[in-house]
Design a protein. Sequence first.
Length: 334
Amino acid sequence: MLLELAQEVGLDPKRKASTHGGEYCSACPKCGGDDRFILWPHKQNSKVEGSYWCRSCGINGDSIQFCRDFLSLDYASALKRCGVAGSPSYFQTKRFNIPEKDFRANSKWKAALGELLDMAKASIEKSTDTIDTLAKRGIPKEAIAAYGIGFLSNNTTFDRKDLGMPNAQDGKATLWIPNGITIPTFDNGKLIRLKVRRSDWHPNDTLPKYWEIGGGLKGLNLIGNKSRETIIVVESELDAYAVHWALEGKVLVIAVGSNTKHPDSLTHALVKNASKLIILHDNDDAGGVMLSKWTGLYSKAIGNSVPMGKDIGEAFESGCDVKSWLEGLVTSSR
């Protein structure tokens, strides 16, 4: 089944090993490359046969999730496509990949990454180019400090054992952190997730622009007060910070991180209780996929895109009065 699904999206998997009854490799449909996308079509999971994993961008799942990630099917349709009986609610089965109780036990990760983030926050104060770039995209110096954003001028490598982490699935014993803008997520003042917007990224890059550091809590990035009645969903964390800052914290902003990601159970609970849900999608094909996904899940979802540029950052750079435009979206009866 999984090989057929892979071929359906244009992949050409080649058998490389006998692991789990047969291991196949191909280009990753998300980040590209030659053979970084690994498929185990005969690996048995709890609901279905077949698993996949990209050793570069980290996207992974079973055959059902493959249908959701790359065929844009909802959960019930993915079950049917994989021949699984029944159609339980997606949110009855979806949970964080790493339970919070397990994450909190990893004090080594929090200590080491916390020190790295402190260095990055000190470094960004000396990087006038980075400060200017962020300011032009709606994140002024005051916002940089408020959200704990930093900058790493060099790549960094940690031994995974020093972070309380096992070796990676491909056997690597190190954790790579690229140079670039560090984007932390905090919960009650504690670091729970870290991403880096890579300085070396380019349009033809096979690695993602936003690199998620392994070991952090999975899930979407929630910025602001979780009790706000209005929720705005955007793709990137930096756009989310710009929106939250422009609206002076009057809304909860959710950064999906990738148009292929789905709402998790916590996000679903917050959305159910919100009076207004705005999907602020990018002006490109990926943004259309994201909009379709969220409006398909929530009838209350209202789609909007910036009047200038591809995304929030470009709208700010183009001279758009983004603050007034956002305030109009929030106060509109639609």
